[in-house]
Design a protein around this ligand. Structure first.
Ligand code: NAD
Ligand code: ZN
Length: 349
């Protein structure tokens, strides 16, 4: 089969590899679509050798069951679905409490095993998955379903964790209207009554935010007073929830400077930025106001994924998609690197 693989530092290629074998508790999925996440790009752009063998990329996977392991019950060849991206232990305290995204087996600072990032992924004609990570999607189009597995899931989890802040009359800020951000705007619209403000460095992305239901878009540039604009918009209080889908120094600074007292600042983007002025001094300075919380938000839970599938099936969230053949994967990665993808790039094997 063909597979898009990381083959070494800063290199990817479409290679011919064997169709994977499956174990007794696995499913073989014939991939219908696989989304291209900025995290894939971050992995590909690592300047060092991750491992000796090539790694098949792709953690946003939707497709059809092609084979069922001998010990699996309740699943059939031909069922359509998507794949929960964390292949967790399922039995630890966090997993059984519904916090699978922080599965104890992963250790304190690592991420649970994830196809395409630490195990063979879904940018291929077939992928092996543990049967318990399969989530049926009915007749949802695979191009729509694939980005639900991460872009929607991760946005939803961050937003759900700030439920208390998302009351009518409040304001939420989404920074970075790419694959995750454009779904976040729609989720905020679908599940809360807040005013939604979008910030991006590209006017096209702000236009997409507006099309997704944002009330206002603010173009970010260098030293342009975006934080002040947000304070002005909110009577000097700041925004009730900030969802940062970029995570570089400048967006972290914007988050700290614009979040309201008791507000929620959620770090989702993994750009390596450090928020300034988070310290234990008396508030009153430029830093984090009283009561505000900061969370590094990773993926989402199985419950969040089911909620996202339901939102997609009900048409309450819609992925803006650029479709590429699997063999055009390198081109999709290059366009993502240049910030040229509108919504999500999705590969079709
Ligand atoms: P993307 O490339 O599709 O979107 C990024 C967006 O940010 C683009 O619209 C870009 O124009 C905008 N942007 C870039 N610099 C900006 C700036 N300084 N200010 C405002 N906007 C800016 O990326 P994506 O796939 O949506 O992923 C977003 C981030 O989230 C990435 O860092 C990715 O690795 C990360 N991610 C994290 C998790 C998690 O579990 N925490 C999961 C998936 C993705
Ligand atoms: Zn991702």
């Amino acid at each position: 089969m063909r597979a898009l693989q990381w083959t070494g530092p800063e290199t990817i290629a479409v290679n011919e590899i064997p169709v994977p074998d499956i174990g007794p508790n696995d499913l073989l999925i014939q991939v219908g679509a696989a989304g291209v996440c900025h995290s894939d790009l971050t992995l590909v752009n690592f300047p060092y050798q991750l491992r000796d063998d090539p790694l098949t990329l792709g953690h946003e996977i939707a497709g059809t069951i092609a084979a069922v392991g001998s010990e699996v019950s309740g699943r059939e060849v031909g069922e359509r679905g998507l794949v929960y991206l964390f292949w967790t232990c399922g039995v630890c305290r966090e997993c059984v409490s519904g916090n699978e995204n922080v599965c104890l087996a992963a250790g304190r600072v690592a991420m649970p095993p994830c196809p395409g990032l630490t195990i063979e992924g879904g940018m291929a004609e077939y992928v092996r998955i543990p049967a318990n990570t399969f989530v049926p999607v009915g007749d949802l189009d695979f191009l729509q379903a694939a980005p639900v597995a991460d872009a929607a899931l991760t946005a939803y989890h961050a937003i759900r964790g700030a439920e208390e802040q998302l009351r009518p009359g409040g304001t939420a800020l989404a920074i970075g209207i790419g694959g995750l951000g454009h779904v976040a705007v729609q989720i905020l619209r679908a599940i809360s009554g807040v005013r939604v403000v979008a910030v991006d460095v590209s006017q096209e992305k702000l236009d997409l935010a507006t099309a997704c239901g944002a009330d206002l878009g603010i173009l970010a540039g260098d030293g342009d007073g975006v934080a002040q604009q947000l304070l002005d918009l909110t009577g000097g209080r700041g925004v009730d929830a900030v969802f940062d889908f970029v995570g570089i120094d400048s967006t972290a600074k914007l988050a700290v400077e614009s979040v309201a007292p008791n507000g929620a600042y959620r770090m989702v983007g993994i750009g390596g930025g450090t928020p300034p002025d988070i310290n234990a001094g008396p508030a009153g300075g430029p830093g984090l106001p009283w009561g505000a919380t900061v969370r590094k938000s990773l993926g989402g839970t199985r419950g969040d994924l089911h909620a996202c599938v339901a939102l997609a099936q009900a048409g309450k969230i819609h992925m803006e998609v650029e479709r590429y053949d699997l063999t055009e994967g390198p081109e999709a990665f290059a366009r993502l690197d240049k910030g040229q993808i509108r919504g999500r790039a999705v590969l079709v094997p």
